[in-house]
Ligand binder design. Sequence first.
Ligand SMILES: Nc1ncnc2c1ncn2[C@@H]1O[C@H](COP(=O)(O)OP(=O)(O)OP(=O)(O)O)[C@@H](O)[C@H]1O
Length: 380
Amino acid sequence: MTATAGQELDELCYLSAQSMLSLKVSDHFQVVKLLGEGSYGKVMLAVHRKRGTPMALKFFPRQSTSLTSFLREYNLSLSYCTHPSLTRALGIFFSTPSYYVFAQQAGLYGDLYSVIVSEAGVDEECVQRVMSQLSSAVMHLHSLGFVHRDIKPENIFLCDSSCRWVKLGDFGLARAIGTTVRAVWYDSPFCTPEVEPVKEAEKERQRRECEGIEEEMEDIWISVEPCIDSWALGVLVYCLLTGCFPWEESTHDDRGYVRYKEWFDQETEKEEKNSGSEWRPEEENDCYTIMKKKHRNNPPPSQFEGLSPLVMSLFRELLHPQPKLRGSPEELLSYLGGPWLMETEREEKRKAEEAEKEARKIREGSGVEGELVREGRGER
Ligand SMILES: Nc1ncnc2c1ncn2[C@@H]1O[C@H](COP(=O)(O)OP(=O)(O)OP(=O)(O)O)[C@@H](O)[C@H]1O
């Protein structure tokens, strides 16, 4: 019998648990600075005292972290993140009286979140460069049997200042494909629409609590599937192109999402109607012409203004409301190289970028707040 990816990872965790050392950080590393903090711990840039190797040390407070979840994240990063755009662990892991720690490749230029908020939308070429790296990294992870489950700008680290090389990190929520997990709702467009029932259940649980009803509610369980990552990649494309979110949360009471869903359903309906009609090559001779025509007949909701028919078609793949019909990250590859912004938008963006450069020179370092908010998830 061949072991599944999840069993293989469990085995690595058992084996590595035996060889965990207890170390004093300052004996082995010179800590340089804080790289970032998340809901589970902090990440420091450090240099190995003997070898001079720079690395990111990820500190997990022992009080709030189980050894299993620490070892799972470490071993997954060490043994499966063998793609240049996945953040790989460096084979160093230990404990201190207060923390579990492991070393990882360091992204020395911050994360994608900072780029998005400082530039109010990244230039199109850069967006495609980032997305081609990420789609191939995520496909690699999927091919080894794992789903990341937490793709967002804060978890994409930069290896240079112009996003020529990015790495997806933070594998704390990654699980083997097919694992059954308790569904958790979190308030973000990155949370897939299929977990909306959990939000409703949460409301009901709170209502019962207020009314003193003691009867326990059952948890909702879902299977971990690659389409969770497809959704996040779709939202990420939108964030990169526009500098904001397409909607606040993917639920039936969010106006932005409802408008998207209505547009999506109309597109699907039309497609179904036309599927039987005869192909007329003399009228519609390339895919892009067809897309442009559709764009005119059923314009996307206002939050997508300035985005091209091509990228709207990509959204229809990655942001498919039904998980089973959602496209795989591989779809992204066939959209690279084409226009993701309308011509007018591209021109405006170029002007805005120039103005921003000028303004930045004048401001000299004063902070700018974007509309995106850094997110953390209370689940692991
Ligand atoms: N390898 C790394 N190189 C550079 N920066 C990093 C690295 N790992 C983490 N960071 C920085 O630290 C921040 C927090 O790290 P990370 O997301 O791994 O922590 P977390 O506690 O698991 O976060 P979350 O709340 O998203 O679950 C990141 O947003 C990033 O800015």
